[in-house]
Design a protein around this ligand. Sequence first.
Ligand code: SF4
Ligand code: SF4
Length: 173
Amino acid sequence: MFVPNYEVKKQIIDLHMGEKVHYCYQCGRCTDICPVSELEPERYDPRTLVMQGLLGLSHMILQPDKQFNLWGCQTCDLCDEICPNDIVLTDIFTILKNQSMRMGLAPEAYISQAKMVMETGQAIPLQDAIARRRDKMGLPLIPKPNVKEIQKILKATGFDKKIGYEEPKEEKK
Ligand code: SF4
Ligand code: SF4
């Protein structure tokens, strides 16, 4: 027998203080404005995600062969702005994405990018070519991040373990 995921359901309800989110009347305005849904209507639908999340049907969302139906969200926040009930959909999706991470279902591309942040302090490290172009355009240098400090913070939150990050081995001289 299928049992709803009450943990996810409770987290979503608590997030909106048990009120606003109950008033999602499935008007579909979030889906209408979503650029991802416009491009991939068969694979991505925020209105359905909210409904399934609220009902605790996370098994329908978190499927190994359907990662796009959650991770397709680009967090542009357009849906958050248009929802007539002030439901912050992206907060709901964060709960679901965290659950997806815990279950080892997050897409590899996101894990790689998270490891890049651990290693370099940046999701997309600045390339020399871009630095030269910025210089030519008279744009200021981007300061290098304090990687050790960033790693310290991320480790304190357990981020490294969540993404399975391993320290690079010291090269033998
Ligand atoms: S716009 Fe808001 S109320 Fe309408 S379906 Fe989306 S989340 Fe629900
Ligand atoms: S935040 Fe995600 S679901 Fe909302 S409009 Fe943007 S891509 Fe679509």
